[in-house]
Design a protein around this ligand. Sequence first.
Ligand code: ADE
Length: 438
Amino acid sequence: MTLGLALQEYSGDDLQPPAEKTLLGKYELGKLLGYGAFAKVYHGRDIESKQSVAIKAINKQKIITGGLVAHVKREIAAMRRLRHPNIVRLHEVLANQKKIYFVLEFAEGGELFSKVAKCRFSEDLSRRYFQQLISAVGYCHSRGVYHRDLKLENLLLDEKWNLKVNDFGLSAVTNYQNQIQSDGLLHTMCGTPAYVAPEIFAKKGYDGAKVDIWSCGIILYVLSTGYLPFNDPNLMVMYRKIYKGEFRVPKWISRDLKRFLSRLLDTNPETRITIKEIINDPWFRVGYKDANLFSDHFEMKCGDDGCRNSSLKSLNAFDIISFSSGYNLSALFSDEDGGEMFLSTVAAEEIIEMVVHAAEEERLTVAARKKWWVKVDEGHSCNFTLTVEVKRLTVDIMVAEVRWRGGEAEPGPEIWEGRLRPRLSGLVYRPDGPVAGK
Ligand code: ADE
C-alpha cells in the first residue's frame, strides 16, 4: 500500500548521535528517532525527573539563510500557548551556537502511520482517531494556529494509543523547505504532495484552516481505506487528480462516511466543510465526547509548570529565543572565546557600576563608560580590551554582552572568567539552569 512518504527513520551509519551527550546538562541525548532535510529528532531523557522527551535539533543557519527567523519566532510564540491532550507538547526551547532544540513531549506509541500501514482501520477506529484529530485541529484554529503540513506521518500515539499531533505550529520551522517561499505560497514539490489541498496550486493565497481540513480529509480516507485517495507515481498526474478532486471509495465504506469525505475533500475551499460543521456531522458525532474546543478548556491553570504571568519568574531559553533579535544566542549557552552573555535582573547602571568596581579591584583600567556600556583594558601598553554592553530583554531582565579583543596569550577568558566574572556572580540571573557566570 502506498501512503506517500514516511518520516525518514534512522537507518545508516552516516548519522551519528551528537558528540555532546547532554543538552545544557539538563537532558541526556539518546538514539536518533528520525530526520528531515535540516532537523533531526532524538530520544532524550530529563536528567532530573528521568522523564522521556523527544528533542528536535534544528539547524539555525538554515533558518537564517532561509529568511525564516521572523516566522520561527511567530511559530514558537504560538506553540507555547498550545496545550491540548492530542497535541505533542512543546516543553521548552534551548539553543547553542549552531542549533535550536525543541524539547517535546515523547509519544511512546510511535507513529500512527506504521499501524495503518499494516492494516486499514475499522470505521469506528478511524472515527475515534479522526475525532481526536479534529479536537486538536479545531483547538489550534480557534487560536489562529495552522499546521499546514498535516499528514499521517505527523500523527503519533501516546502510551495509551491516544493521538498526538506532532509539530503543530512548527511545520513551517521543521519543514520549511516545503513551505512558504518568496511568493508567499505553500510549495510541497519536495514534501508529501498527496495531502496538499487543490487551492495551493492556484497562484493566490489560501486559508490555512481550509487547507488543514482538506489534509484531515485525506487522513480520514487513508485510515479507513488503507490507501491514498489521489495517487500516482507521476507527480503531475497526481496533482491533476487532486485538482479535479475525483476520488473513489471502496464498497465497504458506509454511505454516511462517503458523504462526509466528499464534504472534507471538496475542491472549493469556500464550500468545504468547516470545523463547526464537522463537529455537527452525524457520522462524526457517533460516540463523540463534546469538549468545548473554543474555550480555554485545555489551557493550563496558573501554577502549572508552564504558566507565565510574570516575565521575571518564568523567563527561560524559550522566551529568550522569542524575544531576542537575530537568533544570535550562542553566547547565552556557551562561553566560547571572544564573548559571553549573561542575564541579570539588576538595572543597567548598576551592572555597569559593578563591572567598573570589579575592574578597579582587579587593577584594570576603565577606558570609557556610558550608561549602557563600559570598556576596560590593561593600560596603554596592551591592546587588549573588554567591553560589557547591557541591553533590555524584558521589563525585568537585562542581557549583558561581554566581548573581548586583542592582547597576547588570549587574556580574554583569563581576565573575564578568572578575575572579573567571579566578582560579578551576584548579578547573574539563571532562568532555567546555568547560562553564564558559572
Ligand atoms: N518522533 C518525532 N517526534 C516524536 C515525539 N515527540 N515522540 C516520539 N517520537 C517522535
